[in-house]
Ligand binder design. Structure first.
Ligand code: CMP
Length: 144
């Protein structure tokens, strides 16, 4: 099934200079980039993004962290792109992530885990609309 997913390189990925490395992995896999934005998440957007975690012990540090510096927000499109990008990203904690995944290769921490990826078509749709206006998604043919 053709899907879209919302991916966001978190402040640690930006600070560590890993935008190109991470984006490159999705490009080389052959996925299709349809939107991208370098931006600062404010506390209102952070609360929307992490609404499902409100009340959990890790929620306050999560909000502090995601608003601590710029992020690189993206929309990618493709067949099964949600499961596929989650497989490339790896488990939440870099210590548990499978070798070769982004988090295994570059992260050792649960909060500083470099990148967010939508976990279902429903959350993808919601997250895309939280970060992008409809006209910011580019429609084009991937010819190779
Ligand atoms: P992500 O899956 O992008 O969104 C929720 C984030 O909460 C997760 O990445 C982690 O960065 C962070 N987090 C911190 N502690 C936990 C935890 N115990 N379980 C799940 N997520 C956690």
């Amino acid at each position: 099934t053709m899907e879209r997913t919302f991916l966001m390189i978190k402040p640690d990925g930006v600070q560590r200079g890993l935008i190109g490395e991470i984006v490159g992995r999705f490009e080389r896999k052959g996925l299709k980039l349809v939107a991208a934005k370098f931006m600062q998440v404010d506390r209102e957007l952070a609360a929307k993004h992490y609404a499902e975690h409100e009340g959990k012990p890790f929620y306050p540090p999560l909000i502090d962290f995601i608003t601590s510096g710029p992020v690189f927000a993206m929309v990618w499109e493709g067949d099964n792109v949600i499961a596929l990008t989650r497989a490339l990203i790896g488990k939440t904690n870099g210590v548990d992530a499978a070798p070769g995944t982004i988090r295994s290769d570059y992260a050792v921490h649960t909060n500083l885990n470099l990148i967010h990826g939508s976990d279902s078509p429903e959350s993808a749709e919601l997250e895309i609309s939280n970060y992008f206006a409809p006209n910011e998604l580019v429609s084009y043919e991937q010819t190779i």
